[in-house]
Design a protein around this ligand. Sequence first.
Ligand SMILES: *Cc1c(COP(=O)(O)O)cnc(C)c1O
Length: 376
Amino acid sequence: MIPFNKPPFVGTELEYIKKAISNNKISGDGEFTKKCHSWFETNFNSKKVLLTTSGTHALDMAAILIDIQPGDEVIMASYTFTSTANAFVMRGAKIVFIDIRPDTMNIDENLIEQAINKKTKAIVVMHYAGVACEMDKIKKIADAYKIFLIEDAAQGVMSKYKDKFLGTIGDIGAYSFHETKNYSSGEGGAILLNDTKFIERSEILREKGTNRSKFFRGQVDKYTWVDMGSSYLPSDINAAYLYAQLEKADVINNDRLESWGFYNSQLLSLSNNGLIQLPFIPEETTHNAHMFYIKTRNIAERSDLIEYLRKNDVFAVFHYIPLHLSPAGQKYGVFNGKDIWTTKESERILRLPMFFGLKSNEKEKIVQTIYDFYKS
Ligand SMILES: *Cc1c(COP(=O)(O)O)cnc(C)c1O
């Protein structure tokens, strides 16, 4: 069976985990956590990056940092993962869903403005498949209405919009290092603070509401409870696993891009014949091959193809059920405008196996199986 995903492993992880253990410091903010922080800050040109226990927790922190209150409204696409919405729902916000663009499956930047009112506190963009949303236009809207712009860049590590890394463009960005993401620590994430005003409070939030980070830096002589907070810092063992991959970030990225390019070129004739649709990458974006998806003509064909692939030992999947159709989405959100594309296009998405180290013979088999399906 060719799995849908394999967690990334580059070979140096165990050595680094051993080092973390021999440091006698396996809790948070040890050697490897700090190495990860400075890797991101240096390579991605971000003011401050802090590892978190998950991408979900990075989003939870973002909602607290922008001071979401009951009754606030937050705009996002309905075609996203639950965590994008949950973070704001947990602070009492109402979610205002808007439609996506059918080409990238990202939030339609032209529908944002009409969903804004006095209660709107933030726009949350999710860069689907690591392909950037139309950030220039969206940032202009956020600035004009003085509302926050949060990036759920869980899938977008190493991707760019123009010359900027995803996650570094909005006020706050969130990454995920779940095992299904391009770079992993099993469970993990990071928050990117692109405005210095959030830095101090984020360190407090992440350390159970204490000023412990300041204490360790010698800036205060004792540490105490100063704000609300929780435990959002991961073990240094997780950071050690992640750091091994960050050192090989280009190797992982190039390997994934090669697989992506293979699928894209090999499936082109099916696309030219109108049987499937291939992903669209806008010119101003550089993606990270987080995902390779095709679009089938309809949901029935998608189910048949997934089943055909499984019978031939290829594990393909689909996702997301649009949030506004789910029980929680109906309770906590409203859809602004018309759902022209969200449901329709979400029913056509089929994701092919995509992971670091996907072998040539595996890719060839997957492509051949898809051709066989359309021949029969
Ligand atoms: C994976 C993912 C998350 C959540 O990340 P975790 O690290 O699993 O908590 C949030 N948003 C999107 C779009 C994701 O793909």
